[in-house]
Design a protein around this ligand. Structure first.
Ligand SMILES: [Zn+2]
Length: 373
């Protein structure tokens, strides 16, 4: 395990790209920001908006996929108020056992800012069973739910003849993961690491049929081409589409943040109170990510903060060592209760995914073979 020589990004992230000097892709992108002609990008964004308006046959120029969080608030309001677009919001709703109260309040708040929203609610029993399969087969709680989360948007776009889909940040340049492109084009999103081209065979092998998986089935490349759909990352076109900017914007527009124990990074493994608000299984999934790859959410957040000069590298390393991969037992209990397994079974499955190239036994505990710093 190596780390970016500028931020704290590890090279264990799937599809990460380091250069010969050991600098990660987001840091290299960051260094180009002051050479970017932002007026030109804004012009390109306006051209895309005009393209969509000219193709509006449904009453909507574009779809903004939303969870109701900070990025959703910024995207939806920006598209409407800055670009003059008429967006339809599309939200893939979690079952009540997964959706937090604050998540429900936040999506309600966003809609009350004056938007129309289509909710897609895949059947709860399939959702629960598919989540169980993803956890058992991949040690990933969200392996299955990412499928309807992403596939529902182009499905609604095709059904309603809406020409443009506007996502938030490009994960490749924001986090270093795979986004299929390093620019504003989001059309290759389905080939990202999580979506795997929309492959459903791992669920079909477990007995799920096509009817159960309708909302999990990403439209084929032919269907997308036939619909003439265009996909973009808004974040590529704006100099300040950033976690902390979007967080402040959304809070000013009524976003409810985590409070009390849920806001404690020792328990949530998360430094920001305005991030990941709609589902508390996320803390457990970030812990699982740390078991597999040696880093969790705090590592991601620290790398961004160092890159943007919000934290110096030594301070960031201390935060990472203290909080990365932390997850309070109650989040694990909640997940186990939902999918109907014991905590012993949870840990037995989780430990199957322990990456021994990255972790080594230390008494009753595990430690990273090569911790940052
Ligand atoms: Zn870096």
């Amino acid at each position: 395990m190596r780390y970016c020589t500028n931020c704290l990004e590890p090279d264990t992230r799937p599809d990460t790209e380091f250069d010969g000097d050991g600098v990660c892709l987001p840091c290299r992108y960051y260094r180009t920001l002051d050479q970017i002609d932002w007026d030109e990008r804004r012009g390109a964004l306006e051209e895309i908006s005009d393209w969509a308006k000219a193709r509006n046959v449904s009453g909507y120029d574009c779809i903004v996929p939303v969870s109701g969080g900070k990025d959703s608030h910024r995207q939806a309001v920006y598209c409407r108020d800055e670009l003059g677009l008429k967006p339809l919001l599309v939200s893939c709703a979690y079952p009540p056992e997964e959706q937090t109260e604050r998540g429900a309040d936040n999506i309600a708040n966003l809609i009350e800012l004056g938007f129309d929203c289509v909710y897609v609610s895949p059947g709860p029993e399939t959702w629960r069973r598919a989540m169980t399969t993803g956890f058992r087969k991949y040690g990933n709680i969200f392996k299955s739910t990412e499928l309807p989360l992403y596939a529902s948007t182009p499905k609604v776009a095709i059904a309603y003849h809406i020409p443009l889909i506007i996502y938030g940040e490009n994960p490749a340049i924001a986090w270093g993961g795979s986004g299929g492109s390093k620019d504003g084009d989001a059309s290759r999103l389905k080939y990202s690491n999580t979506l795997g081209g929309g492959d459903l065979s791992w669920l079909q092998d477990d007995g799920f049929d096509a009817g159960q998986l309708y909302w999990y089935n990403y439209p084929s490349d032919d269907e997308l081409a036939q619909a003439g759909l265009r996909f973009i990352y808004l974040g590529y076109y704006l100099p300040d589409f950033l976690d902390f900017v979007n967080g402040e914007f959304a809070v000013a527009h009524g976003l409810v943040c985590r409070t009390g124990e849920d806001a404690d990074p020792e328990q949530s493994g998360n430094l920001q109170v305005y991030d990941a608000l709609d589902c508390d299984f996320l803390a457990a999934n970030q812990m699982l990510k740390a078991i597999k790859f040696g880093f969790g959410k705090v590592s991601d957040q620290c790398s961004v903060a160092v890159r943007w000069g919000k934290l110096d590298r030594d301070e960031a390393i201390k935060l990472l060592q203290k909080y990365d991969g932390k997850c309070a037992p109650r989040y694990i209990e909640q997940f186990c209760r939902y999918i109907g397994i014991s905590e012993e079974e949870f840990w037995a499955i989780a430990e199957r995914y322990r990456n021994h190239d990255v972790w080594v036994r230390d008494g009753n505990d595990w430690r990273l073979r090569n911790p940052v710093g």
